[in-house]
Design a protein around this ligand. Structure first.
Ligand code: INI
Length: 159
């Protein structure tokens, strides 16, 4: 019997792309900072001269899937992380943006075979989003961890 599970200690060989939405950048810049802190503490070079990490900015969460798919298909990265914040209170078309972002991210992963981490916060208020982006905890850190786990897991799977 084989048991497949990702490790967090073999990150040095990974190349990672992060796609971040500028919309609600009060929240998304904090998610990015938590994510980079996690990656850095697990051995990823997150400095400006890094050849292991690239960051792509998109206007909003709606645009995340297109860019995530392009980067995943490039062959350069083993994992793509997406970061965004969609806040219901301020967004009449909340459901449309969230549905497109989530379905698009899932499709990008399936169609390329590269894990694409869904790091788009969906909350009712800006306060809730900020609480999850550093005021209480920072989910950006968790998304970084999930990326490391999936990168390692996929590398160990057959096929
Ligand atoms: N994009 C977000 O990432 N979060 C939001 O809360 C949001 N609101 O409120 O509308 C949002 N809209 C922009 C959207 O993602 C696209 O950038 C825009 O529609 C252009 O395609």
């Amino acid at each position: 019997m084989a048991i497949f599970e990702g490790r967090f200690t073999e990150a040095s060989g990974l190349r990672i792309a992060v796609v971040v939405a500028r919309f609600n950048d009060l929240v998304t810049t904090r998610l990015l900072s938590g994510c980079l802190d996690c990656l850095s503490r697990h051995g990823i070079d997150v400095t400006a001269s890094s050849s292991q990490l690239d960051v792509a900015w998109v206007p909003g969460s709606f645009e995340i899937p297109l860019v995530a798919q392009r980067l995943a298909a490039s062959g350069r990265y083993q994992v793509v992380i997406t970061l965004g914040a969609v806040i219901r209170g301020d967004t009449p078309h909340f459901d449309v943006v969230v549905a497109e972002a989530s379905k698009g991210v899932a499709a990008a992963a399936r169609e390329t075979g590269i894990p694409v981490i869904f790091g788009v916060l969906t909350t009712d208020t800006l306060q809730q989003a900020l609480e999850r982006a550093g005021i209480k905890s920072n989910l950006g850190w968790s998304y970084g961890l999930q990326a490391l786990e999936m990168g390692s897991l996929m590398a160990g799977l057959p096929g």
